[in-house]
Design a protein around this ligand. Structure first.
Ligand code: GLC
Length: 631
């Protein structure tokens, strides 16, 4: 009888094939990083052993998903992908209760769910959970790892990919590794960057920046108990790991694979820019960071291939691109990275009612597409907005970097004349005058300040414009919890001593389920924002040209009030036109490659765009998605 060879492929065969596929791309960066610290053969064998052990632990349904994703490696680039970001307690109360909210997420059109930090944090101030004490446990106030497994399985069944935060630049100072280091165990001392006296820290400080100059100035902390200085880029209780030590790589890789085996399909790698330190630099975006990311990603492709990596690197445009793969790392590092430049440019264009800086910056610095990778696009998240506008870009459009950054900080703090925003300053730097900004999408977009029906109208239009931008741009659009119902700033964090010192809590309000549950039918701003957001996501899900692996081409039209984008799909081309001002704008159809005599309908409204002669008309803050089938 004829024997079907496919039927004889065992799980062990699959593992070995994947190991062969990834081995070169995995070992090369590791040898560059650690070749002089560990014997190559030993590293190879330990890695193979670790991956085989984690693969052996991997549940059967996840192995099935692995196979599906091997066959469809760009699954996350689908036009149907859209993400939602939430704090477990503020969204659902507990880990187990998240499952009850799956129908809500599905109604909104969500296919990816980011659980904000939910591993066991230190007690007291934990930087919103980014100071992890135990990577193997869910925060006991939220539930257990078994609850997480149950919820991720339910999401998987509903076609939603769970994403979890993996903090790999630092641990809490109460983490077991740090406790052992403090107790003098040399193996764990090697996990951190410890110094007997201040000589080396002071040399590094000469070129380092400060992340939290207000609440945590400097980058080093004296630990009296240990009698040593510790590298602490963020808060004094977040100890930077020493990635020059291969043991750190192996230990963190084991954690990542355990989380993948618990059902996390996307790992949000926190603060990756800071992982490698080099004297005389700002110690961000060093080339070794990309070697580490490549090695982690390639290792996961062997033992948990269904998993993808998202880089959180909130850095300047030039430094951002390599996180999605450049040069020898092309197609091998992270699959997603936050497009913080797009986010900043959206707010900048709204405040200045001009799109020249936005068009220039986004055209100039970013490729139209990546290999096996795409953006995570967003308008707001749980962090402040840093006004990352470079001098060169500012000058290219006739403004100055410091002047424009100050304008944006003033505008969004509500200080600028006629500002519609109600944000707040964050980490004001007295030396440079730079300030970052806090505030929810709705409060920054004018809903909090709106006093008249017309102002409410404009605020809603700005919110939907933001969602239209991230959905049309290319990449996975991420909706931050509550933004789909226009939640306003919540200032009650000031009453909680553990939160009061960190103004970012202002834009992390708890979900308002009374509003959300009724939003579908409500004739309120919340209802209109909810339906508008869902519409944007639905239309996107029906439009293959908006998939993440279709080029994202910014059109230079010379019109400095409109942002114009082209998505050249195979079967159709979509032109997205966004009016970033509160005035009616017009543009000749041919300037965006359209024929005024035969304009196809706008996908968002299903009606033909308003026209005057050969010009397309856009009401204040309107967006049009015009799809032109290919001949
Ligand atoms: C990331 C997080 C931020 C946190 C920091 C340190 O930037 O988004 O909230 O404070 O990392 O972990």
């Amino acid at each position: 009888m004829h024997r079907d060879p496919i039927a004889t492929v065992t799980d062990a065969d699959l593992f070995e094939m994947r190991w062969q596929r990834a081995r070169g791309d995995l070992m090369a960066p590791l040898l560059r990083l650690y070749g002089d610290r560990i014997d190559a053969g030993e590293l190879h064998d330990r890695l193979h052993g670790l991956l085989a052990a984690k693969w052996a632990d991997r549940p059967a349904d996840l192995r099935r998903l692995d196979l599906a994703r091997d066959l469809e490696p760009e699954w996350f680039c689908s036009h149907e992908m859209a993400g939602y970001v939430f704090y477990v307690d503020r969204f659902a109360g507990s880990m187990a209760a998240v499952a009850d909210r799956i129908p809500y997420l599905r109604r909104l059109g969500i296919r990816y769910a980011h659980f904000m930090p939910c591993l066991m944090p230190r007690t007291g101030d934990s930087d919103g959970g980014y100071a992890v004490m135990d990577y193997g446990r869910i925060d006991p106030r939220l539930g257990t790892m078994d609850d997480f497994r149950t919820v991720t399985a339910a999401m998987r069944a509903a076609g939603i990919s769970p994403c979890i935060d993996m903090v790999l630049n630092h641990t809490a100072k109460e983490h077991d590794w740090a406790m052992r280091a403090r107790a003098g165990d040399p193996f764990y001392e090697g996990f951190y960057r410890l110094y007997d006296d201040a000589t080396i820290p002071l040399q590094f400080e000469e070129t380092l920046l400060e992340v939290f100059p207000d609440q945590a100035p400097g980058n080093f902390t004296w630990d009296a108990e240990m009698g040593k200085w510790v590298w602490t880029t963020f808060n004094s209780f977040q100890w930077d790991l020493n990635w020059e030590n291969p043991e750190v790589f192996l230990a963190i890789l084991a954690v990542i694979l355990d989380l993948a085996n618990a059902g996390a399909e996307v790992l949000r790698l926190d603060a990756v820019a800071f992982m490698w330190k080099r004297m005389g630099t700002i110690c961000q975006n060093e080339p070794e960071v990309h070697d580490i990311l490549q090695a982690l990603n390639q290792a996961a492709s062997v033992a948990a291939p269904a998993t993808i990596f998202k880089a959180e690197a909130i850095v300047g445009p030039r430094e951002l691109v390599p996180y999605l793969g450049a040069g020898r790392h092309t197609g091998k590092v992270c699959n997603l990275a936050y497009h913080n430049s797009l986010m900043v440019q959206f707010w900048s264009a709204l405040a200045s009612a001009r799109t020249d800086l936005m068009t220039h910056t986004l055209r100039h610095h970013f490729p139209e597409r990546f290999t096996g990778a795409e953006w995570a696009t967003y308008i707001r998240c749980h962090d402040d907005i840093g006004w990352a506008i470079t001098e060169g870009d500012a000058e290219a459009v006739g403004v100055t970097g410091p002047g424009h950054r100050k304008f944006l900080a003033d505008f969004y703090a509500g200080r600028f004349p006629r500002s519609f925003a109600r944000g707040a300053d964050f980490q004001v730097n007295a030396a440079t005058g730079d300030a970052r900004t806090n505030g929810t999408l709705a409060s920054l977009a004018g809903l909090e300040a709106a006093a008249t029906a017309e102002e409410i109208e404009l605020a809603i239009a700005r919110i939907l414009l933001g969602h239209s931008l991230i959905a049309a741009f290319g990449g996975v659009p991420l909706i931050y919890m509550g933004d789909e119902i226009g939640l306003l700033n919540d200032r009650t964090y000031r009453d909680d001593p553990h939160l009061a010192g960190d103004g970012r809590w202002m834009h992390r309000p708890a979900m308002d389920w009374n509003v959300a549950d009724g939003a579908e039918a409500a004739d309120t701003p919340a209802g209109r924002i909810w339906r508008g957001t869902r519409r944007v996501l639905r239309v996107r899900a029906q439009t293959p040209a908006l998939a993440g692996n279709v080029a994202s081409r910014i059109l230079e039209t010379g019109h400095d009030k409109l942002f114009c984008l082209e998505r050249p799909g195979l079967d159709a081309r979509v032109v997205a036109l966004l009016n970033m001002t509160d005035k009616l704008q017009q543009i000749e159809a041919r300037r965006v490659g359209l024929d005024a005599a035969a304009l196809p309908p706008d996908l968002l409204t299903c009606s033909p765009p308003a026209q005057e002669g050969d010009r397309i008309r856009l009401p204040p803050y309107a967006s049009l998605w015009i799809e032109e089938p290919r001949p």
